[in-house]
Design a protein around this ligand. Structure first.
Ligand code: HEC
Length: 103
């Protein structure tokens, strides 16, 4: 599947996040390595903002909601910088499988 940009453009090749400058906008991107996502005390250390700091650990299902609907496990919308992705169940499974290899 062709995508104009990939997760790595923002979250980095190893999913570790950081600060991104894109189209004249700068924003902080969270670490999406599986270990971090599924930790109870997940924090966006790089984030200047306090919102979305705490939410329950991710599971496969809530990770899929974050990717396709931009909703975190607390049921809150993610910031607009995080795109919503339409992908088939198989692609989504593959992607979740890939994120699980990031640690
Ligand atoms: C254009 C930049 C960009 C791209 C591309 C992008 N993301 Fe994100 N992503 C973000 C930003 C910014 C946030 C933080 C949103 C927030 O805090 O509300 C985020 C948040 C997330 C979160 C939630 C993390 C958390 O702590 O709640 C997950 C999971 C995630 N991204 C996965 C992905 C995956 C998987 C892809 C590829 C399909 C992807 N992202 C592509 C910018 C991006």
């Amino acid at each position: 599947m062709m995508r104009p940009i990939t997760c790595a453009n923002c979250h980095g090749p190893e999913g570790r996040g950081g600060r991104v400058t894109m189209m004249m906008a700068r924003f902080d991107v969270p670490d999406i390595t599986w270990g971090k996502l599924t930790q109870g005390e997940h924090r966006e250390e790089n984030s200047a903002k306090d919102e979305h700091e705490e939410h329950p650990p991710y599971t496969e299902e809530t990770l899929k909601s974050a990717i396709t609907r931009g909703i975190n496990p607390a049921g809150e919308p993610l910031d607009d910088e995080m795109p919503h992705w339409s992908m088939s169940g198989q692609d989504l499974d593959d992607l979740v499988g890939f994120i699980k290899t990031l640690d």
